[in-house]
Ligand binder design. Structure first.
Ligand code: HEC
Length: 267
């Protein structure tokens, strides 16, 4: 059925368009009276920047052109450097929260997927399910689930600090400044690094490849037989470790090498 348009409707529409005209006219007059906006001259954009840093040969995952040379602030939690390795080795494993298994539709293998999972509420620990499950005392509800190891107190602190800092995707340049390979100890450097990148898979009841990396004895074995360096330098004939993540930074590899060449001691 066709809709009838009454005279009053036409009158109202007419009135409305007149009103609009007035508004436009007045707005135009005001604009003319305002002084012209002054813009800062825009910096010319280089359409094709020349690669002077050999970025093409670097791992794009771990090296961000924007962050080249920006030193890391010790008080800031950087997602790629500090958090992602923990999530990859403890959560984004096959059978759990990798892209293939995605238990409960939660994938924890990169920043976008972590945020899309809805388990992180920036600045708010109590509403962040991620924080709740890693601090859960009931083993039936805890993540990672047994027999996987609990996250360490340091890892939990790091994750809560990241949430309280707004759960941002910040990065920085690990190589800004010198790589100091002197005085590297197991307790001060090697163990914390392995805890971040490796222990989630290489510990507990069924450690991957039967390689145990949360105890000095296990680490020393692969350190002295060459498998540790083979795996982290991605040498031919070795599995590439950490599995599913980018390579460790050159500086971290150099520090581990320095510790091994001093005997891989429990120092
Ligand atoms: C996501 C799980 C995972 C993470 C994280 C991980 N690994 Fe592995 N790793 C494995 C698996 C699985 C194997 C291989 C088992 C096999 O195929 O025999 C393995 C094998 C190895 C091997 C034996 C390699 C070889 O070719 O002889 C070494 C050494 C090793 N890992 C060290 C590390 C170190 C060091 C890290 C951290 C920097 C690490 N892994 C992180 C799962 C992982």
């Amino acid at each position: 059925m066709q809709k009838q348009i009454s005279h009053t409707t036409i009158y109202r529409r007419h009135q409305a368009s007149l009103y609009m005209l007035w508004v436009l006219l007045i707005a135009g007059m005001i604009m003319l009276m305002l002084p012209a906006c002054e813009h800062e001259p825009l910096a010319p954009v280089d359409p094709d920047p020349i690669d002077t840093m050999g970025m093409d040969t670097m791992d794009v995952d771990t090296m961000d052109e924007d962050t080249m040379g920006i030193p890391c602030d010790p008080d800031v939690v950087y997602f790629d450097r500090d958090l992602l390795p923990i999530l990859k080795s403890n959560c984004a494993k096959s059978g759990c929260h990798d892209a293939i298994t995605h238990q409960e539709d939660i994938i924890l293998d990169n920043f976008e997927n972590v945020m899309a999972s809805g388990i992180v509420k920036p600045f708010d620990l109590n509403s962040s399910d991620l924080y709740e499950v890693i601090t859960e005392t009931d083993p039936d509800k805890r993540m990672p689930e047994p027999p996987n190891q609990k996250l360490t107190a340091e890892q939990i602190t790091l994750i809560s600090k990241w949430i309280l800092q707004g759960a941002k995707d910040l990065s920085c340049d690990d190589m800004a400044g010198q790589c100091d390979t002197t005085g590297i100890t197991y307790s001060g450097f090697v163990a914390p690094l392995l805890t971040t990148y490796c222990v989630g898979c290489h510990s507990g009841g069924a450690p991957s490849g039967n390689i145990v990396l949360n105890l000095h004895a296990g680490v020393q074995t692969v350190a002295l037989n060459g498998r540790l360096i083979g795996a982290i330098t991605w040498a031919n004939g070795f599995q590439q470790m950490p599995r599913g993540s980018g390579k460790l930074s050159d500086c971290n590899i150099q520090k581990i090498k320095a510790w091994i060449s001093n005997g891989a001691l429990n120092n």
